[in-house]
Ligand binder design. Structure first.
Ligand code: GTP
Ligand code: MG
Length: 370
């Protein structure tokens, strides 16, 4: 729960700190001007003055700053599906993506373990699909959750020789919580111990009943190594995407989500972002979390320089003042000045919140025993 200082509360309510201190005292709370009270107490005091106090989250603040106008139907165009690949560690998520992209990311990973969300786009039968890879290691729960939140479809990879494991279950829960449609890829069917029926049986226990067994979960047996059935898997992705009628308006200032970000020695803060609506362009002033900047350069997933990126496109951007947090939303502002101003307001809010998070252990007893 949030806390607020007496000083801030007084400012917010347009009262003097002394008045607030008095109101608190009437409730048996002894607080000085710099002390903090919890949100419930603050809202009770506010109510006394006939004011409704609401918690301002980063999200509600951003929504106020970057109010989104409703899109007119003629501006909405089809956009590629954003597909997250999830599943237990070593079940073959990156290998499957490598086989689909005809790339070789697995070989470059330290110890063969994915540590981040890689974003890439592939073209299948003239249609684009944006893929996000996630790590299966148990330490990366937040990344799987984030992955599920920005996507339309989840490919749940389950190794046919290993079956449903803890991170398989976690991935199912994240996808369900985010209301994302799950397509199951039963991988490693080339292995001698592969038992796809056992996997289906186990999945049924978690509410995913295969279509061929009368349910509505699409299960595709595949092998990333022998490249078996990858076409079928991609066709299923396109089919589900088509039914979802995914649309976005590319004709407006872009907004989206920071997928990952880090500080690069030579290039400064580098962020991989997913554009979710509008079109992001080089030169755009943007705000991401409490950072801001003007986009100096953009690279697509193949490292090529691009000047703009439309809905469902992942791009790497340069030009932010600091490294934003993965999961932060980003918005294009009207001007550099506005971007800086809004970022400052958001930074201010974060500071206040971190202040509020510091435990205030001073009890009445403490005060009197001094
Ligand atoms: P994390 O990112 O660490 O969670 O793992 P991952 O799910 O991305 O698995 P990865 O693609 O790194 O593959 C793990 C191991 O399984 C590697 O040794 C792959 O070669 C092997 N593998 C992946 N797919 C297949 C497959 O279809 N058949 C066989 N036989 N081996 C596979
Ligand atoms: Mg991986």
């Amino acid at each position: 729960p949030n806390k607020v200082s007496v000083q801030t509360l007084a400012e917010k309510l347009g009262k003097t700190p002394a008045e607030i201190i008095k109101s608190l005292m009437m409730r048996g709370i002894m607080a000085s001007i710099n002390q903090e009270v919890d949100f419930d107490t603050a809202s009770q005091v506010a109510e006394e003055y006939g004011i409704l106090l609401e918690e301002e989250t980063q999200e509600t603040l951003e929504e106020k700053m970057f109010e989104e106008e409703p899109d007119s139907p003629e501006d909405l165009v089809e956009r590629p599906p954003v597909v997250v690949v999830m599943g237990h560690v070593d079940h073959g998520k990156t290998s499957l993506l490598d086989a689909i992209r005809k790339s070789n990311v697995t070989a470059k990973e330290a110890g063969g373990i994915t540590q981040h969300i890689g974003a890439s786009t592939v073209e299948v039968n003239g249609k684009k699909i944006t893929f996000l890879d996630t790590p299966g290691h148990e330490a990366f729960t937040a990344m799987r959750m984030r992955g599920a939140q920005v996507t339309d479809i989840a490919i749940l990879v389950v190794a046919a020789d290993d079956g449903v494991m803890p991170q398989t279950i976690e991935a199912i829960n994240h996808a369900k919580a985010a209301n994302v449609q799950i397509i199951v890829a039963i991988n490693k069917i080339d292995k001698p111990g592969a038992n796809p029926d056992r996997v289906k049986q186990e999945l049924a226990d978690y509410g995913l009943l295969a279509e061929e067994w009368g349910g509505d979960t699409i299960c595709v047996p595949v092998s990333a190594v022998t490249k078996t059935n990858l076409d079928t898997l991609l066709e299923m992705v396109l089919l589900v995407a088509e039914m979802a009628e995914l649309k976005a308006n590319p004709n407006k200032r872009a907004r989206g989500t920071i997928i990952e970000a880090q500080l690069d020695k030579g290039r400064g803060p580098v962020a991989t972002v997913l554009v979710q609506s509008g079109t992001l362009k080089v030169g755009d002033p943007i705000v991401a979390g409490s950072t801001h900047g003007r986009i100096r350069a953009m690279m697509d997933d193949k490292g090529r320089r691009v000047k703009k990126a439309g809905p469902s496109t992942p791009v790497e951007i340069l030009g932010l003042s600091e490294v934003p947090s993965a999961g932060d939303r980003f918005y294009v502002a009207e001007s550099d000045k506005q971007a800086r101003h809004y970022a400052e307001i958001l930074a201010e809010r974060n500071r206040e919140q971190s202040l509020r998070a510091t435990p205030n252990k001073v009890s009445l007893d403490d005060l009197f025993s001094q």
